[in-house]
Write a protein that binds this ligand. Structure first.
Ligand code: NFD
Length: 257
């Protein structure tokens, strides 16, 4: 598929709405028109597969500001529940709750050497380039986001997916985020293993890929905790299966055994 239709309007609209209406946490103001120019300058007129994270440095560094303490949240395989829990930056701040991530989430774009420099008709698929073009942007955005985390950070991993291990060394989290956490600024990594309701616990804090992840966190010089399906996460998942046994919450005057 090609570049997202109307990408300039979406970009500018998201940028303005984020700063004028959404404002999830205090940040310095960024001019949306100059940000659009920095974005297009990153890839315009260039081979779509020839980009590196350097091409996006100026754009990414202009739009990402500092993060409040204890708020950064990372997710891997847990997009929906992580964002439900983060509550649009009110409880936790994911990359998608920052100005940069909010503007860019879900957009598709690519350049071309021929005029007009942006390809509106066809862009390489996610795996279509030798080094995915996606990684040039999202890898840099992820590492810059993680490098701004302070205090306690929270990571949500998927312990129920038979096709994808909870901790994959080829995930953005493992490749770009964990290595960018500052051992000086980050005091604790709280790992939450998410288990789908009514599914067997495939991987837990003590099984599967989680021990390797905890070793990696420790080797990076960080302290951690690990919890399987904490109550707050379970309660969020239970919205979709309120009647299932593991979702039953005792109510005053309505206990069932
Ligand atoms: P993931 P992760 N094809 O859930 N982040 O740890 C297509 F089309 O496995 C945010 O790798 O976890 N898309 C964003 C794919 C993107 C494919 C990257 C694929 N084969 C990284 N594989 C974002 N907002 O878009 C992976 N993806 C894409 C940061 C797809 O968009 C976040 O701060 C999927 O939703 C988070 O902490 C996304 O990669 C961590 O890295 C993540 O795949 C999540 O990357």
């Amino acid at each position: 598929s090609g570049t997202t239709p109307g990408i300039q309007n979406i970009f500018l609209g998201r940028c303005l709405a984020y700063q004028e209406i959404i404002k999830p946490y205090p940040q310095t103001t960024v001019d949306c028109n100059s940000l659009w120019v920095k974005f297009t300058t990153s890839f315009e007129g260039k081979e779509p597969c020839g980009l590196t994270s350097k091409d996006y440095s100026d754009f990414i560094e202009t739009s990402l500001s500092s993060l409040p303490e204890d708020k950064a949240m990372f997710w891997s395989g847990t997009y929906r529940v992580a964002h439900d829990y983060a509550e649009s930056g009110k409880r936790f701040i994911t990359l998608e709750d920052t100005l940069l991530g909010y503007i860019m989430n879900g957009l598709v774009w690519c350049g071309q050497t021929a005029p007009p420099g942006i390809n509106y008709h066809s862009c390489p698929s996610f795996n279509g380039c030798p080094v995915a073009a996606n990684t040039a942007f999202w890898g840099k955005a992820s590492s810059q986001f993680a490098s701004r985390a302070r205090g306690t950070v929270t990571v949500l991993l998927d312990g129920s997916n038979p096709a994808k291990p909870a901790y994959r060394t080829d995930s953005y989290f493992a490749r770009f985020e964990l290595p960018s956490l500052s051992p000086e600024e980050v005091q604790m990594v709280n790992i939450y293993v998410v288990h789908a309701v009514n599914q067997p616990y495939r991987e837990t804090c003590n099984n599967g890929t989680l021990p390797a992840m905890q070793r990696a966190v420790k080797e990076h010089g960080l302290k951690y905790t690990c919890q399987d399906n904490p109550q707050a996460i379970l309660h969020l998942l239970c919205v979709d299966s309120p009647g299932s046994l593991m979702c039953r919450i005792a109510q005053h005057g309505n206990y069932s055994h």
